[in-house]
Design a protein around this ligand. Structure first.
Ligand SMILES: Cc1cc2nc3c(=O)[nH]c(=O)nc-3n(C[C@H](O)[C@H](O)[C@H](O)COP(=O)(O)OP(=O)(O)OC[C@H]3O[C@@H](n4cnc5c(N)ncnc54)[C@H](O)[C@@H]3O)c2cc1C
Length: 246
């Protein structure tokens, strides 16, 4: 979607949440949770606009922080303009460096080569083979062979640390490989969007990767437990909270 308007996903991918509840069993609130107060009876979350929403049960699923062309703005109305700007960057660049050869980097390389076979695409990947060790060596080698056969350059066991703004630039990898580029795209994975959880529940709520520490029953590890919460549950009502309203 962010590379080109062919088969334009922008027409179908943005799904509003406002009609997600068809009966009065839930409500959608657009807002950003900035605080959690688990000690109040039942608990409450505070939104950036100051609103406070009480809860009996809180499900934490804040997703990830993405970079570059996947760092979509929170306001749905701003997404088309954001996507148009990213498409222009891909269109205007002849030499494109993708920093990270996971699913996203591979998908971008394939899309760019589909649309503009003549563009020079280089993937710089830190691991010894594309993707990661979750996948078999054979599968990873197959991906690499497929991309190379389509003219994608692949540099493995190396890293790029800086992300200059679009425009002609010389990129130097950690190992000193020099690459001319018009566009350097971060495709190096995500970070958990969990800072607000640590701010509310303390740093101990997160692990060393900033992921939420959980028990075997998916409760946050160090949150005051609510063993009696079941008996206090009001009539179940679901509040879907998202900072993103597409
Ligand atoms: C290019 C691309 C292609 C992909 N292709 C596939 C695919 O083919 N198949 C597949 O299975 N997966 C795919 N994925 C991955 C998939 O999109 C994610 O795994 C999935 O979206 C994760 O779901 P989630 O609910 O954990 O997080 P998200 O979908 O990120 O949802 C989290 C939501 O929480 C909101 N939020 C965060 N913090 C707060 C806060 N403090 N207050 C209120 N709201 C907040 C965010 O705004 C967001 O709306 C792809 C991802 C990308 C980028």
């Amino acid at each position: 979607m962010t590379v080109h308007d062919s088969n334009d996903l922008l027409d179908t991918a943005l799904i509003p949440y406002d009609k997600i509840f068809t009966t009065p069993n839930g409500v959608f609130v657009q807002g950003t949770v900035v605080g959690i107060q688990p000690n109040k009876p039942g608990g409450a979350v505070t939104l950036a606009d100051g609103q406070e929403l009480p809860y009996d049960a809180l499900v934490l699923c804040p997703g990830s922080i993405w970079e570059g062309p996947l760092a979509f703005p929170l306001e749905g109305k701003a997404v088309p303009e954001f996507v148009a700007a990213r498409r222009a960057e891909f269109n205007n660049a002849q030499k494109i460096v993708l920093v990270g050869g996971g699913a996203v980097g591979i998908e971008y390389a394939g899309e760019i080569k589909d649309i503009w076979p003549e563009k020079e695409v280089t993937i710089v990947h830190g691991d010894s083979s594309l993707m990661n060790s979750t996948y078999s060596a054979r599968f990873r080698k197959g991906l690499e062979d497929g991309l190379r056969s389509r003219g994608v350059n692949i540099i493995i066991k190396d890293h790029v640390d800086g992300f200059p703004p679009p425009g002609p630039v010389t990129v130097k990898t950690r190992k000193g490989v020099v690459i001319d580029a018009d566009l350097v795209v971060p495709t190096r994975g995500t970070r958990p969007r969990t800072a607000f959880i640590a701010e509310s529940l303390g740093a101990g709520a997160l692990d060393e990767k900033n992921q939420i520490k959980i028990t075997r029953t998916f409760s946050p590890w160090e949150t005051p437990s609510t063993p009696s919460s079941r008996s206090r549950l009001r009539k179940p009502t679901l509040t879907l909270l998202s900072s993103l309203q597409t």
